[in-house]
Ligand binder design. Structure first.
Ligand SMILES: [Fe+2]
Length: 465
């Protein structure tokens, strides 16, 4: 579908053909609208279908098959992402996607009736389609012949908990790999292209929607040698988990995931000595650090096919809710909701990670600091949402259960912020035991008594995740 994004060159279209793509979309929108208002035999419908047919035939006469893809907020004609048309025909893309359709192909030899039926189907009401047995049945019933409507390919929901865990782990690893590759790009090897970013973000969005808990469990992972890569993946997951509570809109989540995953892209270009400097930075070094949102946004904005709002998120992730923060010029406009989400996720994950200049804080402490920033640097509504989502005892917390056993929190509670899933690691007397998983929210499960200092346990927290 997106062969341009997967490395092969897009087919070259003439300027006239590209202008005709806009005509095609205008005619398609008009025909769709008239078929929503009038019966099939109405002159307005016949006229609009006639106009659409004429544009399609023009392409066919020049040997070009009409293949439109409506893909997560973008319009693709053949292999070409139509940037301006994606914005102009935003509503059309959303409407078509909401029906469960992601492509329209019209092959030579199509009939006017087939085209008219396809257009009418594209203008259907989603509830009518559902009542009639779903989009697949509606497409089959419409007898579209040479006009083909493609279904949105979603990852199949897998009920099996193990499967979800495997998928979540795979999505997480591909996100870390992508940031590692991006690091090479920023250092001058190769180029950043939209395809792999979109594929990884798409997988993250699907997996977060399938199981927020399984994904949040993974954000407890840490790799101190590759802090930036893991941090980026964690911020993407934490942001998507928050975003998916607010909305399941694919386009919003896709921009959010892209911006979150690439938020520190500009930092990859900052010299290692500055990044890892344990002491205070000189004013010049500090300036070079403060430039990273601008330089990162610049890189993202230049990648064809990458969501524009992702660049806004990268630019704004250090702008504070109260109007402070940097870069200064981004402080004068209101901060995008997605940027405010990323700011919360970034603050929390950075605090719980060990960096060259600071020891990691316990999840509990970090949560308290995030709460203390509510209304200052962070959006209070989002902070409340974040605390509710990760729970009072976030993953990685070391806790004492009421019966005296010691446990490590592995996953937030699905419904109760006080009842996460934990792995018991020590008996009431403190002796180390073979770890086992307990869902604290279960009816006969013990309650959490309090948080412990992670340094107080035998071994490292990572061993028990
Ligand atoms: Fe940053």
């Amino acid at each position: 579908m997106m062969s341009s994004a997967r490395g092969t060159e897009p087919v070259a279209f003439t300027a006239d053909q590209l202008a005709d793509v806009r005509n095609l979309l205008t005619c398609l929108s008009a025909a769709r609208r008239s078929s929503q208002f009038y019966p099939p035999e109405h002159p307005a419908v016949e006229h609009a279908i006639g106009d659409l047919k004429a544009v399609v035939e023009r392409f066919h006469d020049e040997g070009v098959e009409v293949a439109l893809t409506f893909f997560e907020g973008d319009l693709v004609f053949g292999d070409r992402v139509m940037t301006q048309e994606s914005i102009l025909f935003d509503q059309l893309i959303r409407d078509v996607n909401s029906l469960g359709i992601d492509s329209l192909r019209i092959a030579p030899g199509f009939s006017t009736e087939e085209l008219a039926r396809a257009v009418r189907l594209l203008g259907s009401d989603t509830t009518d389609i559902a009542a009639g047995g779903g989009i697949e049945r509606a497409i089959a019933a419409a007898r579209l012949g040479s006009v083909r409507l493609g279904r949105v390919r979603r990852a199949e929901p897998e009920d099996d908990e193990v499967e979800i865990t495997v998928r979540a782990r795979r999505a997480y690893e591909s996100a870390v790999d992508l940031v590692r590759d991006t690091d090479r790009v920023v250092r001058g090897e190769g180029t950043l292209s939209a395809g792999p970013v979109r594929a990884v973000v798409g997988e993250l969005v699907d997996t977060v929607l399938a199981s927020r808990g399984a994904m949040l469990e993974l954000t407890a992972l840490r790799d101190y040698d590759e802090y930036t890569f893991y941090h980026s993946a964690n911020v993407a997951i934490l942001s998507l988990a928050m975003g998916s509570i607010i909305t399941e809109d694919q386009r919003f989540l896709s921009s959010l995931g892209t911006g979150a995953l690439l938020h520190d892209l500009g930092k990859l270009a900052v010299e290692q000595e500055i990044l890892n400097k344990p002491g205070a930075l000189t004013p010049e070094e500090w300036q070079s650090m403060r430039d990273h949102p601008v330089s990162g946004a610049r890189i993202v904005a230049r990648v064809p096919g990458l969501d524009r709002s992702a660049a806004v998120i990268v630019l704004e992730h250090h702008v504070a809710y109260d109007g402070s923060g940097y870069p200064e010029r981004a402080r004068h406009t209101s901060q995008h909701l997605a940027s405010r989400i990323v700011a919360v996720a970034d603050a929390y994950d950075a605090m719980t990670s060990r960096r060259s200049y600071s020891a990691p804080r316990s999840p509990h402490e970090a949560m308290a600091l995030v709460a203390a920033s509510s209304g200052n640097s962070l959006d209070p509504t989002l902070v409340r949402l974040f605390i509710r989502m990760l729970g009072v005892y976030p993953p990685r917390s070391v806790v004492r259960l009421e019966d005296g056993r010691t446990a490590v929190v592995v996953r937030p509670g699905e419904t109760d912020p006080l009842a996460p899933a934990v792995r018991v690691i020590a008996a009431p007397g403190g002796e180390r035991i073979e770890p086992y998983l307990v869902d604290v929210g279960g009816s006969d499960a013990p309650k959490i008594d309090r948080c412990l200092d992670p340094a107080s346990i035998d071994g490292e927290v990572d061993e028990y995740l």
